[in-house]
Design a protein around this ligand. Structure first.
Ligand SMILES: Cc1cc2nc3c(=O)[nH]c(=O)nc-3n(C[C@H](O)[C@H](O)[C@H](O)COP(=O)(O)OP(=O)(O)OC[C@H]3O[C@@H](n4cnc5c(N)ncnc54)[C@H](O)[C@@H]3O)c2cc1C
Length: 367
């Protein structure tokens, strides 16, 4: 069978793109070397933190905001088509500084975001604790971002492939060795001992993107950055908002469990959870919310973020016709998925790249 599109990678990016292309009537094949969603996508905290992650106003920040706004409709769509609740919650987010932390970055973030009309509230230490009594008395001040939200990535990675399959996409376990390009046009992919032909190829291979042969990227265009995570459980924990400190974060799930992370480690494709990683995460978690000292350590894991060499994701058409990328979303791939999928599908289907994608063009790496 010749497919309209082959998607390499069944993480949130590949699955969501397959969903959109299938809904448009394409015959789509997703090739996933492991299990759909098993890599970075299910390791994530699920923070939809457009404002907390934004460093300055610009195309990436605008894409993050638009994607955060798109989540409500996507969550409803996924519940409708699959029956799965992806845990979309308007919980809000606090960025707090503890005694001794530099308050400068908080003031700066508040200033530029307020200038462009976004909601950010400045709170004194006691006001922060009035909102979240579990937080330490050392919290000196905080910023409250009421519009920041969360989802549950493990539910999301169940729902997206299922929704894509119900829309007609096929998922298959296979490692793609190479994208086949003939006369400047992608014509399919090579597996071990097999060729799959397709009208278009979309590479959504996360931290492994630069390893896929034939896509014309330098080997360091997208690199893995390990993040370790812990899940804690404490009966009676009242924490409701996501809490960021300069050293990590807490993501309360609303059921007495809290995810806490994460490390940022350049250790190649090594996914081990280490004693040092766990120690640093717990030190921050307990300094932020001391009652967590009595929590049960339920689970630990790590994942590999796809980190782009220049800080911007690689989204859109490549120099080869019919070859597209959706990769390098680094710390914010869950957040950026809805808009990435919509814009990539639009590019594949129309052959024209929306203007919103030009700053993220993978062609900037062409050699
Ligand atoms: C600890 C941690 C916490 C995070 N927290 C958040 C958060 O709170 N909010 C947020 O927005 N983002 C977060 N992120 C980032 C987010 O998880 C990623 O940006 C996002 O999941 C990337 O999705 P993806 O589909 O591109 O990659 P992946 O989920 O890694 O999917 C890529 C898939 O491609 C497959 N693949 C690779 N090569 C091949 C090949 N040659 N052939 C076949 N298949 C292949 C892989 O097996 C994998 O399943 C976090 C990441 C980590 C690690």
């Amino acid at each position: 069978m010749i497919y309209d599109s082959v998607v390499i990678g069944g993480g949130v990016m590949g699955s969501a793109i397959a969903l959109r292309l299938s809904q448009a009537g394409q015959r789509v094949l997703v090739l996933e070397k492991a299990v759909p969603g098993a890599e970075a996508s299910s390791a994530a905290g699920g923070i939809l933190g457009a404002q907390i992650e934004g460093e300055a106003d610009g195309p990436l920040f605008r894409l993050c905001l638009a994607s955060r706004e798109a989540y409500g409709a996507l969550a409803a769509e996924l519940r409708e088509s699959t029956g799965i609740d992806v845990g979309y919650r308007h919980c809000g987010l606090l960025k707090v500084a503890l005694a001794g932390d530099d308050l400068g970055p908080l003031a700066e973030k508040m200033a530029w975001q307020r200038r462009i009309g976004l909601e950010v509230e400045e709170l004194a230490g006691e006001e922060v604790r009035r909102l979240e009594p579990d937080l330490a008395s050392e919290v000196a001040m905080g910023l409250h971002f009421p519009k920041e939200t969360q989802i549950d990535p493990r539910q999301l990675v169940q729902a997206l492939p299922l929704a894509a399959q119900r829309a007609g996409a096929t998922f298959r376990a296979a490692l793609v060795r190479k994208v086949l390009v003939e006369d400047g046009r992608a014509v399919g992919v090579e597996l071990d001992g097999e060729t799959v032909r397709a009208g278009a190829v979309v590479v959504a291979a996360g931290a492994w993107t630069s390893l896929v042969e034939g896509i014309g990227l330098p080997h360091d265009a997208v690199k893995p950055v390990r993040g370790q995570m812990l899940k804690l459980a404490l009966r009676g924990l009242g924490l409701r908002r996501i809490v960021f400190t300069p050293r990590g974060y807490l993501v309360p799930r609303g059921d007495g469990t809290v995810l806490t992370g994460s490390t940022m480690e350049h250790v190649g494709f090594d996914k081990r959870v280490t004693a040092g990683g766990v120690a640093s995460i717990l030190t921050n978690a307990l300094a932020t919310a001391p009652s967590l000292a009595g929590a049960e350590l339920v689970e630990s894991w790590s994942g590999l973020r796809p980190a782009p060499a220049d800080g911007l994701p690689l989204i859109g058409a490549t120099a080869a016709q019919g070859l597209f990328l959706a990769s390098g979303h680094y710390r914010n791939g869950i957040l950026l998925m809805p808009e990435t999928a919509r814009l990539v599908a639009e590019t594949v289907l129309s052959g024209r790249e929306p203007e919103a994608l030009l700053p993220f063009s993978p062609r900037r790496f062409a050699h």
